[in-house]
Design a protein around this ligand. Structure first.
Ligand code: SF4
Length: 371
C-alpha cells in the first residue's frame, strides 16, 4: 500500500483559449459551473470511498483557470475532499492567471499555501501572439499581489514563442525573480489543431528556430542558476526547499488521484483517464465511480516509466528503489543501455542521472532503456 497520495483537481474553464493551448477547457456559464461542481464533488466522495486508505499530502487545483469556478465552488470542492479523505496537506497549490480577479486573500483563507501563476512572458508583443489575456504590467501586478499573501509563489514561463528572443526570455526571468521561489520554463510544443499553428501557416509570424529556443533555455538556465534556483527537473527550477512536492510525485512515479473532466489517475497497476468532455463527465463517466477508461500497466512498462521519469530529474533514478519495486537487478537488466550511454549518464552512489549538459536530450536517452 502506498504511504500517501497526491490529489489533482481539474477545473476545465477558461475565458478564452490561448493560441498555443490544446488542453481541454470551455468558457463556462453559471449553470455549467454548478453542474460541474456537483459532479466533481460526487466524484471526490465516491473516490474517497475507495481510496481513503492512504493520507493525501499534496493537493493541486489546476486547469483551465480554477478561480473561474468561483469561491463557492472551490469551497465545496475542498469540503468534499476534507469529508472524503484524510488530508495531511504539506502542499496545496492553485494555478492562476494574471488576469484573475485578485483571488489571493480568498485562496489563503481556503488553505492554499502555494500559487502558480501563468506569466509565460512579460513582453507584450510575445503575449499578444500567444493569445494571452494579460500584458506584462498585469503579470507584475499579479505577482506583487500574490506575494502579499504567499511565500511560495511559482511563475510559469514559456520559451520558443513568436517574437521571443534570448533577451526577452531573460528579461522575463529577471522580472519575475523578485517575486517567486519557483520557476517552470517550458519549451513551446504545438499541436496542429491550435490557432497558433493556423496563424503560422498563414504567415502571420514565425517561430524562433530550435537552436534559438535552446539558446533561450540555456540562458534562462544559467540566469536562474546564478540567482540560486536549482534545476530539479528539465523545466523546473526552485530555491532550496521550494521544489513542487506534488509534481515530484509524478516524476517519482508515485500514486495520484485526479478528479474532474480530463483528469488522470495512477494507482496500483492501473492508470485511469476521465473523459475530456463536460457532457460525458457530468453524465457520470468518472474515475471516482469506477467508470473512467482504465489501462493496466504491465511491470515492464511501469519499470520503463520509472526510469524515464527519474531521468527527467536532477536527483535521477533511485536504483535501489527501482530494484525493490520491480524485482530485478538494475545493472543486469539495463546493461546494454548503461553501456551505450556511458558518456551521457552519471552514477553517484545509488543514483543514476543524465549529465547536466545533456538533460535536454532526455527523451532520446530514455528510449535506450526500452527493451
Ligand atoms: S489559460 Fe491555460 S488552460 Fe486556459 S487556454 Fe490558456 S494556457 Fe490553456
Amino acid at each position: 500500500m502506498t504511504t500517501n497520495r497526491g490529489v489533482y483537481i481539474h477545473i476545465p474553464f477558461c475565458k478564452k483559449k490561448c493560441a498555443y493551448c490544446d488542453f481541454y477547457s470551455v468558457s463556462p456559464d453559471t449553470d455549467i459551473i454548478l453542474r460541474y461542481t456537483d459532479a466533481l464533488c460526487e466524484e471526490i466522495r465516491a473516490g474517497g470511498d475507495k481510496y481513503a486508505d492512504a493520507p493525501v499530502n499534496t493537493l493541486y487545483i489546476g486547469g483551465g483557470t480554477p478561480v473561474l469556478a468561483g469561491e463557492r465552488a472551490l469551497e465545496r470542492i475542498v469540503r468534499a475532499l476534507e469529508d472524503s479523505f484524510k488530508l495531511e496537506l504539506e502542499e496545496f497549490t492553485v494555478e492562476l492567471n494574471p488576469d484573475d480577479d485578485n483571488p489571493y486573500a480568498f485562496l489563503k483563507e481556503l488553505g492554499v499555501n502555494r500559487v502558480s501563476i501563468g506569466v509565460q512572458s512579460v513582453t507584450d508583443e510575445v503575449l499578444r501572439a500567444a493569445g494571452r489575456r494579460h500584458d506584462g504590467v498585469a503579470a507584475i501586478r499579479a505577482l506583487e499581489s500574490a506575494n502579499k499573501y504567499f511565500d511560495n509563489v511559482s511563475a510559469d514561463l514559456m520559451l520558443g514563442l513568436p517574437f521571443q528572443t534570448v533577451a526577452s526570455a531573460t528579461d522575463s526571468v529577471n522580472t519575475v525573480l523578485p517575486y517567486v521561489k519557483h520557476v517552470s520554463a517550458y519549451m513551446l510544443k504545438l499541436s496542429r489543431s491550435v490557432p497558433m499553428s493556423a496563424a503560422l501557416a498563414r504567415g502571420e509570424y514565425t517561430l524562433p528556430d530550435d537552436d534559438l529556443t535552446v539558446d533561450m533555455y540555456e540562458a534562462v538556465f544559467a540566469l536562474l542558476g546564478e540567482r540560486g534556483f536549482a534545476r530539479y527537473e528539465i523545466s523546473n527550477f526552485a530555491l532550496p526547499g521550494y521544489e513542487s512536492k506534488h509534481n515530484l510525485k509524478y516524476w517519482r512515479r508515485e500514486e495520484y488521484l485526479g478528479f474532474g473532466a480530463a483528469a488522470h489517475s495512477q494507482t496500483g497497476d492501473f492508470r485511469y483517464a476521465n473523459p475530456a468532455s463536460l457532457k460525458d463527465y457530468i453524465a457520470g463517466k468518472r474515475f471516482g465511480n469506477g467508470t473512467a477508461s482504465r489501462e493496466k500497466i504491465g511491470a515492464d512498462e511501469a519499470a520503463f516509466e520509472y526510469v524515464m521519469l527519474g531521468l527527467r530529474t536532477a536527483e535521477g533514478v533511485d536504483v535501489a528503489a527501482c530494484e525493490a519495486r520491480f524485482g530485478f537487478d538494475f545493472d543486469e537488466r539495463f546493461a546494454g543501455a548503461l553501456h551505450r550511454l556511458r558518456d551521457v549518464l552519471v552514477r553517484e552512489g545509488n543514483r543514476l542521472r543524465i549529465r547536466d549538459d545533456m538533460l535536454l536530450l532526455e527523451s532520446a536517452v530514455a528510449l535506450e532503456f526500452m527493451d
